[in-house]
Structure formats: C-alpha cells, structure tokens
Design a protein around this ligand. Structure first.
Ligand SMILES: Cc1cc2nc3c(=O)[nH]c(=O)nc-3n(C[C@H](O)[C@H](O)[C@H](O)COP(=O)(O)OP(=O)(O)OC[C@H]3O[C@@H](n4cnc5c(N)ncnc54)[C@H](O)[C@@H]3O)c2cc1C
Length: 464
C-alpha cells in the first residue's frame, strides 16, 4: 500500500494535472449574477445563463480552484439517479416525480450533447448503469428497485439473472442485476476543465482562491472585496457549512475512492466488463465503480462517513483503514485483482440535506438562490439544477414564464436544518454502523428480508 498516493485532491488530477490558477477577486465589483462555487453546479449555471442571455455580466467566485470539490473527485457516474425522487412522489404525486425522472433521463443525454458540442473529450462512454446483488436480501431489494424504476417510467430498464449478469461483468457471487441505459462513464476532471474553459470563452469571469465568507441578499463577501449582484447563487454543496449562518444546512458526508494500476488483459479476461457500464451494488453501505478509459478500476464507497463539526478532508487525504476496506471490496468482487497495485486513494464530500432530498431554489424576495443536497448523485443532477436556475432567473427578471423545469417538484423545496453537535456526529456514525452491521448480517443470514437495523436507520434518518 506504500506505493499508493493518498490525497492530492484525486486520481483524476494526478492523471490530468492541476490547472493553472486563475486570478483572485481584485477588489469590490458588481455583476448581474454572482455564483459562489466553481464545481459542476456553479459552472453549468454560468454556462446556461450566458448562453441564454449573452450580455449578462456573470462572476464565479471559487474558494480554491474550479473542480476542487466533489466535481473533481467523483466516481464519474453520469447517471439518471436523483436524491429524493420517491419523497417528492409522496409529497407532490407520482406524475410529478415521473416528470422529474424523465428530466433526469434527458439530462444524461444533455451532458453528452454539450460535451460533444464544446469538443470536450471527457472519456465519455455510454454503457449504462449495472447494479448487482450478491445476497438474497440484496436481490429482493434489487427486484423492488427495478420494479419501482419501471413505475417511474424507465421502460428500457432490464433485469438479469446470475448468468446474464456474468456475461456483462463477472462479480463473484452475483445473483442478479438491473441495468439502465441512462448512464455513462466519464472522467470528471476532463469534463470539469473543459466546461470551465467553455464558460470563460463565453465571457464569464472566474476568480479562484477567493473564499466567500458570507452571502447576504445582493452581496457575496470575501476577504478581498464584495461582489454586489441582484442574484447571488450558492453552489457550495459539501462545503456549505463553512459559510456564515449555514453550519447546519447540508451535512458534509464523506465518500472515498481508490484507483488501481491499469490492469492487464489477462485480468480483464477474468472480469469481462467490456460494456464499461458504471457498476454498483445493493448493499446499504453501497459501492460504486467504473472501468476507466485506460483500463483501471476506480472504486468508491463510504469510509469514515462524517467528521465532527462538519469539517471536510485535507485535500482529499483518506484514512488507511478506508483504503484497506475499499481494496477488500475490490478483491471480493474480482479475486484476480488481489495482487494489483492501488495507485491512488482519495476522498471528498457530498452535501446531504436533513431529508436527503436534492433541491434547487430561487428566493424571489432576496435574489438568493442555491442548488445541491445531491447526496451521491450530482454528476448529472448539477446540470438539471443549472438549467433550472437559468429558467428561474429568467422568469424572475421578466424574460420568461414558468417552464417544464421550474415546475419540477424539487424546485423551491424547504427542509429543516440538521441537529447541533454532538447529535449530528452521533446520529451519522450510528446510522452507518447500523448499515454496516445490516450488510454483514444479510450476508450471513442469507434471508431475503432487509435487516431490521437498516430499516430502522432509514426511518430515523428520514430517508425514503
Ligand atoms: C468521492 C465522491 C464520489 C462521487 N461519485 C459520484 C458519481 O459517480 N456520480 C454522481 O452522480 N455523483 C457522485 N458524487 C457526487 C458529485 O460529485 C457531486 O454531487 C457534485 O460534483 C456536486 O457538484 P457541486 O458543484 O454542487 O459541488 P462541488 O463540486 O463540491 O463544488 C463546490 C465548489 O464550491 C467551492 N466553495 C465551497 N465553499 C466556498 C466558499 N465559501 N467560497 C467560494 N467557493 C467555495 C469549493 O471549493 C468547490 O469547488 C461523488 C462525490 C464524491 C465526493
């Protein structure tokens, strides 16, 4: 494990290079729209707004550099999942949630389209998403999940038995899988860098190394000056707690990844995975993986789920125990990888709202907007959020009416704050201890029912 690079933001940056820094904010400034955060949410929003209204003066303020957060560290699953859909179905009705799901299906295609239009080579491969089960309880959940997704309009999803699953990817002990075409594998940093360049080419101003300390109506305050703008959009996801007044808004949940060395053909012969589907499982503490363009496996899961006081990691450094746990999952899935080198390990933070429901909001009385709380599904969702923020701003400024996007059920959703510490820390750690125990028990018991600890944990967490 000593040859493993730990941190350095992510493997994707080790491979593609940290970008040259952009100038910080030089002093007080004005803009029509000020966007705080240069991840996918912030950059997609700048992109679509500027495309729609080319004369808009848009400034992006980024605390470190564009792509420093989850957008530059993720598993590269561009897929149609959105956190909170089932809760939105309960609240707004099934048809509204079907519209949201359809919008997410379209979003996968939209990201692929823009990447092509902007000639961004992000190693995109549209192999769909394959989720596997390897215990009877997981298989029962997988079948339920499959049926639910079809009920939300995914008629092109397919269910596979053990043999058909192995024809795609040979995961040891897999007893079944579900596959959707609405997914693609990508290299997140290549997409991020290409998008940032496209946004700048359109005439958007990006200032890096410019942390915003406080957002107030019409003001984004930084140590170097204040940007005044009628619209200020908070796109800070897992780092939101660092802003004044936002400590308990979204919880920074940790997710960690490893990337192997490029694997030889002899290993790939034992694994298959020629379709390069993004790969996940139905465990409570689930894993996610992709086969990279240069034939590595990049695999992620939850290590230490949360740091006391909503702290975030140190440039992606992760715990040795987490690296070992992820390697165990890799070898459990694919025993022929037992001797392979782990080239890189890293971690990042997701934004988790108290009800686990992603949201996009524009407060018309203050001009403050935000989007996030995507939990683990933000690579595509950020794009839908951005187009929605564009439409909300156009509507608010009298340049358009309601659209198909502004009427989706996740728009202007309100959620209560997280509990204060130490309850927050205790709650999340207990939750994940329960999930891990439930996974272990389900593996041992071989029954088809989801373990009661996981069911209780879901109820207490407010997850649907
Ligand atoms: C390890 C990992 C794996 C993941 N895998 C997947 C996946 O495979 N598929 C998927 O759909 N989703 C995945 N996700 C989630 C997905 O990456 C995120 O939901 C998405 O990137 C969020 O984008 P964002 O722009 O909202 O936030 P971020 O990318 O976190 O960007 C926020 C930006 O704001 C900046 N910022 C924060 N605070 C301030 C401030 N005060 N002032 C100025 N700037 C500030 C940060 O530096 C950062 O650049 C994963 C996340 C992680 C961590």
């Amino acid at each position: 494990m000593s040859s493993t690079t730990n941190g350095g933001i992510s493997f994707w940056y080790a491979q593609d290079g940290i970008p040259a820094p952009r100038e910080p904010l030089p002093g007080d400034a004005t803009a029509d729209v000020c966007i705080v955060g240069g991840g996918f949410t912030g950059l997609w929003t700048a992109y679509y707004l500027k495309k729609a209204v080319p004369f808009l003066n848009i400034t992006v303020l980024e605390g470190k550099f564009c792509g420093y957060g989850a957008s530059g560290r993720n598993g590269g699953w561009l897929y149609n999942g959105i956190a909170g859909r089932d809760a939105y179905a309960l609240k707004h009705g099934h048809d509204a949630a079907v519209r949201l799901q359809q919008a997410m299906n379209d979003t996968v295609a939209e990201v692929v389209r823009v990447a092509a239009d902007e000639t961004i080579d992000a190693d995109i491969h549209r192999g769909g998403v394959l989720e596997v089960a390897y215990t009877p309880a997981q298989l029962a959940r997988l079948k339920d999940f499959h049926t639910t997704e079809i009920a939300f309009g995914e008629m092109d999803r397919t269910l596979h038995g053990a043999r058909e699953t192995a024809e795609r990817v040979r995961v040891t002990g897999a007893v079944g899988s579900t596959w959707t075409p609405h997914g693609a594998r990508l290299h997140p940093v290549k997409l991020l860098k290409g998008l940032a360049a496209a946004v700048e080419a359109l005439g958007v101003t990006i200032h890096e190394s410019t942390p915003v300390t406080e957002i107030k109506p019409k003001h984004a305050i930084t140590p170097y000056g204040t940007v005044r703008a009628p619209y200020v959009l908070r796109c800070t996801e897992g780092f939101t707690a660092g802003l004044k007044g936002q400590r308990r808004t979204w919880l920074p949940m940790n997710s960690s990844m490893i990337a192997t060395e490029p694997l030889p053909a002899s290993v790939w012969d034992t694994i298959g995975w020629e379709g390069r589907e993004t790969l996940g499982d139905m465990a409570h503490a689930y894993m996610y993986a992709q086969r990279t363009a240069d034939d590595r496996i990049a695999l992620g899961g939850r290590g230490v789920p949360y740091r006391y006081g909503s702290r975030t990691d140190n440039d992606g450094r992760t715990q040795p125990a987490t690296i070992a746990a992820l390697r165990d999952i890799l070898v459990r899935f694919f025993p022929t990888t037992a001797g392979v080198r782990i080239d890189h390990a890293w971690s990042g933070v997701l934004g988790v709202p108290r009800d686990w429901c992603a949201t996009v909001t524009l407060d018309r009385s203050t001009g403050l907007g935000w989007a996030g709380g995507y939990v683990g599904s933000g690579v595509a969702t950020t794009n839908l959020a951005a187009r929605t923020l564009r439409d909300l701003i156009q509507q608010d400024s009298g340049q358009g009416g309601p659209t198909d996007l502004t009427t989706l059920p996740w728009v202007n959703h309100k959620v209560r704050k997280w509990e204060p510490e130490p309850l927050r820390w205790l709650g999340v750690h207990t939750l994940y201890a329960a999930y891990r125990t439930a996974d272990r028990q389900e593996s041992r018991a071989r029954t088809t029912t989801t373990h009661r600890l996981a069911r209780t944990a879901n109820r207490i967490a407010g997850r649907h």
